[in-house]
Ligand binder design. Structure first.
Ligand code: 3AM
Length: 182
């Protein structure tokens, strides 16, 4: 099964994001937009994982979550990977680095490396993917005029999510959740 660790978002955060994204969408045009209920912050993508690995991953999730106290992420910025001029991913996220988020992602990385997963090569930047583009798009204009209301994402738990890819978009199912701070 295809799995990833993530931070789920409260319904009100998803709703507010979806409203603002709705305004941005005509300007951006095209792209594959993430369904409101699927918005999340990825901590670590794992890919295809055998069922036998689940107990080990549960231990990784539990240990990482227990070691970090609950924290808030100020989601106040819209951005693009790898750059606004050649965007493949449009995201919302915090403008500033979040030490607790980085610590949480590193704790998970440490745990999955011990289980034998190959190392993650990309830095763990907290972001909520809003849309993906098959070919790079110039979003400098759309992003220059776009604003987000400051959103406080309360990070209270880590989720191990299953992703089933379907033609109409992925179906996410939470397999386990662990509270931060134990
Ligand atoms: O939340 P984001 O968009 O950053 O892009 C996928 C999504 O991340 C990413 O895992 C998250 C949940 O699907 N993802 C999908 N396939 C991937 C891959 N092969 C991947 N990340 C890395 N390698």
């Amino acid at each position: 099964m295809r799995l990833f660790f993530c931070v789920e978002l409260d319904d009100d955060v998803c709703r507010t994001l979806a409203e603002h994204v709705g305004r941005l969408r005509p300007q951006v045009g095209g792209g594959t937009w993430v369904a409101q209920d699927n918005l999340h912050i990825t901590l670590r993508f794992l890919g295809e994982v055998a069922e036998a690995a689940l107990p080990g991953l549960a231990e990784v999730g539990r240990t990482a979550a227990t070691g970090i106290a609950p924290f808030a992420l100020a989601v106040d910025t819209l951005g693009a990977f790898p750059s606004p001029r050649r965007a493949r991913v449009l995201w919302a996220g915090p403008a500033r680095e979040s030490r607790p988020f980085t610590a949480l992602a590193l704790a998970i990385e440490d745990g999955v490396l011990r289980l034998g997963f190959p190392p993650e090569t990309k830095p763990a930047l907290p972001h909520i993917t809003l849309a993906r583009f098959h070919s790079p798009r110039d979003l400098t204009g759309a992003l220059a005029g776009a604003t987000l209301p400051p959103l406080a994402v309360e990070v209270r738990q880590v989720t191990l999510m299953r992703s089933e890819l379907r033609p109409q978009g992925p179906l996410y199912t939470a397999l386990s959740r662990w509270p931060l701070g134990g």
